[in-house]
Ligand binder design. Structure first.
Ligand SMILES: Nc1ncnc2c1ncn2[C@@H]1O[C@H](COP(=O)(O)OP(=O)(O)OP(=O)(O)O)[C@@H](O)[C@H]1O
Ligand SMILES: [Mg+2]
Length: 404
């Protein structure tokens, strides 16, 4: 099996420096998980037939299957079928799979004595789970491998481990070694594929993190690739577009603006914001009227709705609208919309928007929380719900999205 130079460095460290905790953080598709699966199997093989316990931690059982077990199966050349306790035997040892995203997940690892752990997507795991698993790895020679994409630089995976790269134990053994990966470290990716990833990754934080693997905080305007001269089209230009499907996004609001947007996809896969309805201080009856008008103009289309007000969604359903729960994952939803701007595949019919025109320049990141500031987001949230939820099946197909 051939490794990339970066993966070789990591393997060298694993064998020669023998750190207790080894981290690989950085870009997506950089080859982090691939090398860790190999190292973890090598580690388990050292204890062949001893009936010891090892831990695999991931955000969910489904993500462990997708990100770890499938790769492991191809290395081992055999199927890994988990039993009822989510465990499987490998090299005569027991491998336990724990989902570690929630605050009480650490309890699953309580009482364990493990000879090693592989933690996938460290920042998607709860801090208490990561710490519990590390403290459970108490068997002689136990190792912990953590791979992750970067997040806010204040994240505990960075401050508690990566920033302590080189830390030694009292007995003189290396405790922590951290490696940094960029997309360019994976020399086995097709150059054309790399080019297309770069072209479709939004400017700013997403490029810094996903391509260069840097732990940077989000800052400034959120949709940095938006450009009026490119993404605004007139109603007249829009008349020439061949829309093949319409759908809508709904963000409930009373003190804040409520908003319904109508979107369309054309025969080339471009998306258009066609109508914007944004109003303050309106009750649900008003929004039912707006939706009736939309249904008359565009047919019985999907309304992807903010789930914060289930009673409003219920009302929409009683009125016989196709009201569906929107996927509200904030940062990945923003990434999807931003990607469409970067690729010049999202257009706004400028004659039909007013509020959008303000929000697009005023919607900014909160640098401390890494989340958007909850202002100037009403129409943009409706747009995000619509696009992110509508494109979900396609995202799964095309990119095998880790979070989809
Ligand atoms: N040495 C290698 N030889 C062949 N293919 C490799 C090698 N290293 C990685 N790959 C392939 O490159 C792709 C990305 O690798 P991997 O999943 O390890 O990246 P990652 O850094 O974990 O990415 P993510 O952050 O998206 O999880 C995978 O399809 C993997 O099989
Ligand atoms: Mg990975």
């Amino acid at each position: 099996m051939n490794l990339t130079p970066k993966q070789k460095e990591v393997m060298d460290s694993f064998i020669k420096e023998n750190p207790k905790i080894l981290l690989a953080s950085g870009a997506k598709r950089a080859g982090k998980t691939f090398v860790f699966v190999l190292l973890f199997l090598m580690h388990i093989a050292k204890y062949e037939g001893q009936g010891l316990s090892f831990i695999i931690g991931g955000a969910t059982q489904a993500s462990i299957r997708r990100n770890i077990l499938n790769d492991m199966e191809s290395v081992l050349g055999k199927e890994l079928k988990l039993n009822k306790a989510n465990a499987v035997t490998v090299f005569g040892n027991k491998l336990y799979c724990f989902d570690g995203a929630n605050a009480d997940a650490w309890k699953k690892a309580r009482g364990f004595t493990a000879a090693g752990a592989l933690l996938n997507e460290g920042t998607a795991l709860h801090d208490s789970f990561v710490k519990e698993v590390i403290s459970r790895c108490s068997y002689k020679g136990a190792r912990v491998l953590i791979d992750t994409n970067p997040e806010n630089p204040a994240h505990s995976v960075k401050t508690d481990y990566i920033d302590k790269d080189g830390q030694m134990l009292d007995n003189g053994r290396l405790n922590i070694r951290a490696f940094h990966f960029t997309l360019f470290d994976n020399i086995y990716l097709d150059p054309e594929y790399v080019e297309s990833i770069i072209a479709s990754t939004p400017t700013g934080m997403f490029t810094d993190r996903d391509i260069h693997g840097q732990w940077v905080s989000a800052e400034g305007v959120i949709y940095k690739d938006f450009r009026k001269d490119v993404h605004y089209i007139t109603a007249e230009q829009f008349e020439k577009v061949n829309i093949v499907k319409y759908f809508a996004g709904v963000d409930w609001g009373y003190e804040h603006f409520g908003s319904i947007v109508v979107m369309g996809i054309d025969d080339k896969g471009n998306i258009y914001l066609i109508e914007e309805h944004a109003k303050q201080h309106e009750e649900i009856d008003y929004w039912v009227k707006v939706a009736k008008g939309i249904k008359e103009r565009y047919g019985n289309i999907n309304f992807y709705c903010d789930t914060a007000r289930p009673e409003h969604i219920e009302r929409f359903r009683r009125e016989r609208f196709r009201a569906l729960n929107a996927d509200k994952a904030v940062v990945s939803g923003i990434e999807e919309v931003a990607r469409l701007f970067k690729l010049n595949k999202l257009f706004i019919v400028s004659d039909n928007v007013k509020r959008f025109d303000k929000e697009i320049y005023l919607y900014v990141w909160n640098e401390t929380t890494g989340e958007p500031v909850k202002q100037w987001d009403d129409v943009l949230d409706a747009v995000r719900y619509a696009i992110y939820t509508e494109l979900k099946p396609q995202r799964r197909r095309d990119r095998g999205d880790k979070n989809a």
